[in-house]
Design a protein around this ligand. Structure first.
Ligand code: HAM
Length: 421
């Protein structure tokens, strides 16, 4: 036997029957985006590496450690996208969308790539569904997007997803806060891991994201960013909270939630689940406002807000509920003798053309084994075709879940199946 080649570590196959759960997830996402007036945007999986360095940030784990970066044959440095926000902003700027419309609302769904340590709910290729809105500086844009995510969770029957909020303020006032955080961290230098000692100088906010218990203990006593907001940023944050309450969306303000990406300004939020199927991967989504990014990437000064949901994690939650059933055929056609095989093939083709999901087994075999396969297929009905049925033009429609067979004419099968769908 030849040597077997395995899939890439951390990149998983999504196969039947689980794919039915994925399809239910995607359908609910599409439907919810439609209701909110968001339109789909698709960008390539690879981008110029500089795009992520400039947007996500050089000192983040994503850019510093987790990107799949390679040179193409012409020597360009490309990276598989670790997230979808920067690529969408790149496209928004490149296609001068701001000149065509004052407000743009886009959604996307696709695979993202981060070289992370594998565990439950954390993969190297994972799927995100995201929404991004450009052109609105009002706090109602955050509120609308959080409402969108909550309505999607509700459509999926996933209750128990919590919202955590924070405000990261504006870059102008953040400088003062970063300095006070830096001096606090310097005073606790010996309690920090080597990496956080470095982060203290390069990008102190990232210390909040460190999983090391020693560093966690230090940041628990650190000054909170919410204490250092400008009056505008504070007022903006208060309106978001008031509007969420207006819509009946519960939330908790978590001043230590800073997100692992550099482009955020003002509101940042996360959607969290405590369901044990997720292990420690409790964030099912996150996002926030990023008012400076469009300009930083060469576009006009345009405010923006967005989020992305981790579809693999939503999949785990939905699968554990066990509510999504794979679609089943309505009819299984079996042949009583080999001479009827061509007629069965033609009949099955005719019914499929009429829109019915019909199965048959081209391998043939004994009627008993075919009926076993019919049961296994999950079909609602079976029909046996032999010379008797072909001559009379009549057959029996047998309910596979039990019950009396129903006689009917073969030429009336389409309508009989339609009535039973
Ligand atoms: P993020 O928090 O890095 O944000 O990712 C969003 C979600 O993607 C996470 O909450 C998580 O559910 C999922 N996720 C992230 N990494 C993995 C992984 N390795 N395996 C499985 N799931 C994962 C962003 O990506 C931002 N672009 C969100 C955003 C959009 N901000 C503004 N607009």
């Amino acid at each position: 036997m030849s040597q077997r080649i395995s899939g890439v570590k951390g990149m998983i196959d999504l196969l039947p029957p689980d794919i039915a759960v994925w399809q239910a997830l995607e359908a609910a996402a599409r439907e919810t985006f439609r209701r909110f007036g968001y339109e789909e945007a698709r960008t390539p999986v690879a981008e110029d590496t500089a795009l992520f360095v400039r947007s996500v940030g050089e000192a983040t784990d994503i850019v510093g450690k987790e990107m799949y970066t390679f040179q193409d044959k012409a020597g360009r440095s490309l990276s598989l996208r670790p997230e979808g926000t920067a690529p969408l902003v790149r496209a928004y700027v490149e296609h001068a969308v701001a000149q065509r419309e004052p407000v743009t609302r886009w959604w996307y769904l696709g695979p993202m790539f981060r070289y992370e340590r594998m565990k439950t709910g954390r993969y190297r290729q994972f799927w995100q569904a995201g929404a991004e809105a450009y052109g609105v500086s009002a706090p109602a844009q955050e509120t609308e997007l959080i409402d969108l995510a909550m309505q999607l969770f509700r459509a999926l029957g996933l209750d128990g997803i919590r919202v955590e909020l924070n405000s990261l303020g504006d870059p102008e006032t953040r400088g003062v806060y970063l300095e006070s955080l830096r001096s606090f961290l310097r005073a606790h230098r010996s309690e920090l891991c080597a990496e956080c000692q470095e982060r203290t100088e390069k990008n102190p906010l990232r210390v909040f994201d460190c999983k090391n218990p020693g560093c966690q203990a230090v940041v628990a006593g650190a000054p909170a960013i919410t204490e250092a907001l400008s009056d505008e940023a504070r007022a903006h944050f208060e309106v978001v909270q008031r509007q969420l309450s207006l819509l009946g969306i519960p939330f908790r303000v978590n001043p230590r939630m800073v997100r692992g990406i550099d482009y955020y300004t003002r509101t940042a939020f996360e959607f969290l689940s405590d369901d044990p199927v997720l292990g420690t991967a409790s964030a099912v989504g996150g996002g926030g406002r990023y008012d400076r990014l469009v300009k930083e990437l060469g576009g006009p000064d345009t405010p923006a807000v967005g989020w992305a949901l981790g579809m693999d994690r939503l999949f785990l939650l939905l699968q554990a509920k066990g509510v999504v059933q794979p679609a089943r055929p309505v009819l299984f056609v079996a042949v009583a003798e080999e001479g009827a095989a061509d007629a069965a093939l033609a009949l099955v083709s005719r019914l499929r053309r009429a829109g019915h999901r019909v199965e048959f087994d081209a391998r043939g075999g004994s009627l008993k084994s075919q009926m076993k396969r019919a049961d296994k297929s999950g079909a609602a009905y079976a029909l046996v075709l032999g010379s008797r049925e072909l001559t009379s033009g009549e057959a029996q429609l047998k309910p596979l879940a039990g019950g009396e067979p129903v006689p009917l004419r073969l030429d009336a099968l389409e309508s009989a199946l339609a009535a039973r769908r």
